[in-house]
Structure formats: structure tokens, C-alpha cells
Design a protein around this ligand. Structure first.
Ligand SMILES: CC(C)(COP(=O)(O)OP(=O)(O)OC[C@H]1O[C@@H](n2cnc3c(N)ncnc32)[C@H](O)[C@@H]1OP(=O)(O)O)[C@@H](O)C(=O)NCCC(=O)NCCS
Length: 205
């Protein structure tokens, strides 16, 4: 059967590629740390099967346009975290970034490079005009990281997400195409290969 080549972004140190079944062990190890998942509606993982179950859902997310999820892989092709394009509105040419990185890699520059790789995909083959991020008001580390990359703080969205029975207030960040073009992220050398799943690609301008 003919198959399209999987969308991949290669940067100086890291690669974004689709997660595979074999990544379950490492993703389980990294996301079993409650520091990593404390601001999410899921986690921490307690068993490897939870990571495997998540990986098994990703192809359908790519097909139905609900999420385009990548493993952040190091030079040995080992996953160190996950980054995703979520909440796509092709009509409005916007999407939202989601990211987590394993605790040993915080402060290593991996977050910056992964976000640069994802921004190249969003503003490149996906033809987006706005890349957003929702960050918990109690997550100053992530707020600082997005602001440093040039994302603009648009204010607080009250009770925007629910984690179980708990309401969470989130800071809205966004980066517009012209802001991205002038940012350090746009200078990162990135090679994109493969084809983007059609439900994530905006019409030509
Ligand atoms: C968010 C995440 C990807 C950022 O990657 P990272 O490698 O930790 O980020 P960096 O170290 O590059 O940047 C964090 C910045 O916040 C700063 N910081 C850390 N704690 C802080 C605090 N309590 N208050 C203010 N700034 C803080 C750091 O000093 C650093 O800034 P600097 O480089 O200018 O000194 C990573 O921490 C992570 O995966 N966290 C868990 C999941 C998560 O929260 N995801 C984001 C959901 S929106």
C-alpha cells in the first residue's frame, strides 16, 4: 500500500517525529514524575500501559484533525518529551502548542529548540497565522519560557480548563506570523521532511 512519508522536523540537536510503540517505556518513565504533569488534566503515569494506550490513539488524532503530536527525540532517537499542535481552526489559521519535557532536560535548551521546530511546522507547511499557548497561572516556569521566546501575554482566561472537579485559570499567550519571522526561533536551522496530515493544513494564501 502507498503511504505518505511521516512529517518530521530536524533541528541542530533534536528531531520531532511521530511517537512509536517502542517509545512507551521511556515516555512512561519521564511522565511518571509528578513535577512534569502537575499542570495537566492527566498523569502522572503509574504504569507503562498508560503511555502505550496514549501512543495507540495518535494516528486517529492525526486523521481527524484533533491533535498532531510529536515525540521530541534526541540525537540517539530517544524521546525526551512530547510537543503537539492542538485546537486547530483552519478557517482562522490558528492553533495551540502543547509541550512537556522530562525533568532531566529542563533548562537544557531542549524546550527552546522543540518550540522552534514546532513553530517552523506551524508557520511553514501548515500555513498558520497564529500559534497560541495556554499556561496555568501557577506555572511561572512555562510562562517565562514562552515570554522569552517572544510569545505575547494576552491576559488570564478564567476557569478555562477543568482538571477533575478543579477549575484552572490560564494565561493566554500567542505568537503571530510576523512576530515569529522576527524571532530567534525563525533563525534556527530546521529541515522539514514528509507530508503534513491534510486536516492541519490551511489553504494557500
Ligand atoms: C515548560 C517547559 C517545557 C519549559 O522548558 P524548560 O527547559 O524547563 O524551560 P527553560 O529552562 O528554558 O526556561 C524556563 C525559564 O523560567 C525561569 N523560571 C523557572 N522557575 C521560575 C519561577 N518560579 N518564576 C519565574 N521564572 C522561572 C527559568 O529561569 C528560565 O528562564 P531563563 O532561561 O530566562 O533563566 C518544561 O519546564 C516542562 O516540560 N514543564 C512541565 C510541563 C509544562 O508545564 N508544560 C507547559 C504547559 S503550557
Amino acid at each position: 500500500m502507498w503511504r505518505t512519508q511521516q512529517l518530521t522536523a530536524h533541528g541542530p540537536r533534536l528531531t520531532l517525529r511521530y511517537p512509536q510503540t517502542a517509545d512507551a517505556r521511556r515516555l512512561f518513565e519521564l511522565a511518571s514524575n509528578e513535577e512534569v504533569t502537575r499542570y495537566f488534566s492527566w498523569g502522572p503515569y503509574h504504569q507503562q500501559g498508560q503511555a502505550a494506550e496514549w501512543i495507540a490513539t495518535l494516528r486517529s488524532h492525526r486523521m481527524d484533525g484533533s491533535a498532531l503530536e510529536f515525540a521530541i527525540a534526541d540525537s540517539g532517537d530517544e524521546p525526551i518529551g512530547v510537543i503537539a499542535i492542538l485546537e486547530v481552526s483552519r478557517r482562522d489559521r490558528r492553533c495551540v502548542i502543547g509541550i512537556w519535557i522530562g525533568r532531566p532536560y529542563w533548562g537544557s535548551g531542549a524546550g527552546d529548540e522543540s518550540e522552534a521546530l514546532l513553530a517552523h511546522i506551524a508557520f511553514g507547511p501548515l500555513r498558520m497565522e497564529r500559534l497560541g499557548a495556554w499556561v496555568d497561572v501557577n506555572n511561572p516556569r512555562s510562562q517565562h519560557a514562552f515570554a522569552r521566546l517572544g510569545f505575547v501575554n494576552e491576559g488570564v482566561l478564567r476557569a478555562f480548563q477543568r482538571h477533575g472537579d478543579e477549575r484552572r485559570d490560564l494565561v493566554a499567550y500567542s505568537l503571530l506570523r510576523e512576530e515569529w519571522e522576527g524571532s530567534a526561533m525563525a533563525q534556527v536551522p530546521v529541515e522539514i521532511t514528509g507530508e503534513a496530515p491534510p486536516k492541519f493544513v490551511c489553504a494557500p494564501r
